[in-house]
Design a protein. Structure first.
Length: 278
């Protein structure tokens, strides 16, 4: 019996690993193909059968793109928008989730339910309302116009609330006995305890704001304020059908997200685990 069980476990694990490997290859294939294309020579790009490993590999596409596209300006614009977005998103979501998880008052669960309801509405459904609001606030063609509509996310409130619920009440009671007020309790005790969740939310916010395209394209008019994704959208006209330059630009744009996730992936996983426990 034990041998049969061990064989079944081995078979299940093997199947799981094969499925996960297949999924990983499926999702990473476009990135690997773009990376390979960006390193090829102009004659190898359209060669048949296609070459996975470029021989010889060249960085000419990257040199050309960096020298002909104002990457530095687009990069700084994206960085400003992303940093502001992360600060607003994590800060507001943490503050909104704290009373929904730790304070007891009438209608708390109903309020949380009503907050979750707009998740059923597509993002595009709020474009007109957000645009009119930005115009009324006279924020058109500013960085805040890009950030404010996504300054707090429903998903962020959800994941932070679930992590707040996992903190033992004893810590909260001990802090109150020591004389902590509500803000001190949140800032010094609660928020440090949910740091993995805040990091996970930061990663999600980073990817969302860094890759934002449609909304910045609507509310920004000055090309000097364009983020990276909007700036890259003009490459099709600049480079026509030169796939080497286009893929090189995409790789450069994706690198910050990959680097950020590489150094924070442990907290990302811990944050999701904390949310799923509740």
């Amino acid at each position: 019996m034990k041998k049969q069980r061990s064989k079944k476990k081995i078979i299940k694990r093997t199947i799981n690993y094969l499925v996960l490997t297949a999924l990983a290859l499926f999702f990473i294939f476009p990135f690997l193909w773009a990376l390979s294309t960006s390193l090829k020579t102009s004659t190898d790009v359209l060669a048949w059968p296609p070459k996975w490993i470029p021989k010889p590999a060249t960085l000419d596409a990257y040199k050309y793109v960096i020298s002909n596209v104002p990457f530095a300006r687009y990069f700084i614009n994206s960085l400003i928008i992303t940093v502001l977005g992360i600060i607003f998103n994590v800060g507001f979501a943490s503050l909104a989730a704290y009373p929904l998880a730790r304070l007891k008052f009438k209608g708390r669960d109903l309020i949380f339910f009503l907050i979750l309801l707009p998740m059923m509405i597509p993002i595009q459904g709020g474009l007109i309302v957000n645009f009119i609001t930005i115009l009324n606030l006279k924020l058109y063609d500013t960085y805040l116009a890009v950030v404010l509509p996504s300054a707090v996310s429903i998903f962020g409130i959800f994941i932070m609330r679930q992590n707040y619920l996992s903190i033992p009440r004893d810590l909260e009671d001990a802090a109150r006995i020591d004389g902590c007020n509500e803000f001190q309790l949140w800032w010094k005790i609660m928020f440090p305890m949910v740091r993995p969740a805040a990091t996970a939310l930061s990663i999600i916010s980073f990817a969302g704001f860094w890759n934002a395209f449609l909304w910045p394209l609507i509310v920004l008019q000055n090309e000097n304020k364009f983020p990276l994704q909007v700036g890259l959208s003009y490459l099709n006209n600049m480079f026509e059908q030169n796939y080497r330059y286009i893929t090189a630009s995409l790789i450069v744009a994706a690198l910050p997200i990959l680097i950020f996730f590489f150094f924070t992936q442990r907290y990302f996983i811990e944050g999701y685990q904390g949310a799923l426990k509740q």
